[in-house]
Write a protein that binds this ligand. Structure first.
Ligand code: E4P
Length: 217
């Protein structure tokens, strides 16, 4: 799993767990770190990642040329960067171009709301697609079904593209997404903490510790 945040303190508080495979960011998450540039935040995050952990950075731009240029700029910083490219028409053109020129570069197609978008992104050669679970549900879409259909389609066609579930607002969405067929998830830090510190478990653990102190066998 990945952490969905650009906040250094949050990242440091969870990154020591080796099952965290990296960090995903987007322009909104970066903008929350007020007064800091994308380049600075990326540098700080890369400095605390190990050699196997990845940093996902999203291209910006309206046109194919703008997106392509920004992607090249982002990728020039570090080999541990996976480039996130929005899965619209221009984004698909950039993905196709980049994969032809630099097949080794890891690409994630982002802002996915449908099976069709994932299908085209996979055909373009993407390594990952990122369906936006909570944003789909806000629009009345059945996110779990969309993940299940995407997973089934990739399997049927032998497409190796991984499904990275994103945009989570509660912990049930995360397990439902994984059970539906997502290979990976990116989770906001507060939800990771919630998953680790289950309230019912906390009560049981507290009782065990009380009994241990009182010597009850
Ligand atoms: C992944 O990095 C996505 O950009 C992110 O999960 C979107 O999350 P949001 O819908 O909470 O903004």
């Amino acid at each position: 799993m990945f952490l969905d945040t650009a906040n250094i303190a949050e990242i440091e508080s969870v990154l020591t767990f080796k099952w965290v495979k990296g960090i995903t960011t987007n322009p909104t998450l970066l903008a929350k770190e007020q007064g800091q540039s994308r380049a600075n935040i990326s540098r700080e995050i890369l400095a605390i990642l190990n050699e196997n952990q990845r940093l996902f950075i999203q291209t910006t731009g309206e046109t194919q040329a703008e997106m392509y240029e920004d992607a090249q700029k982002i990728l020039s910083k570090d080999a541990r960067i996976t480039i996130k490219i929005p899965a619209n028409e221009n984004g698909l053109r950039v993905i196709t171009q980049l994969k032809q020129e630099r097949p080794d570069v890891e690409i994630l197609a982002t802002a996915i709301f449908s099976v069709e978008q994932s299908y085209l992104a996979a055909l373009a050669g993407c390594d990952w697609v990122a369906p936006y679970i909570n944003r789909m549900e806000n629009q009345g879409l059945n996110a779990t079904q969309i993940i299940a259909d995407t997973s089934a389609l990739f399997k049927k066609l032998g497409l190796p593209t991984r499904i990275l579930g994103a945009s989570f607002k509660n912990t049930a969405q995360i397990t439902e997404t994984l059970l539906a067929g997502a290979t990976d998830v990116t989770i906001p830090t507060e939800l990771v903490k919630m998953m680790m510190d289950n309230k019912l478990a906390a009560a049981s653990i507290q009782t065990f510790n009380l009994h241990a102190k009182g010597g009850i066998c």
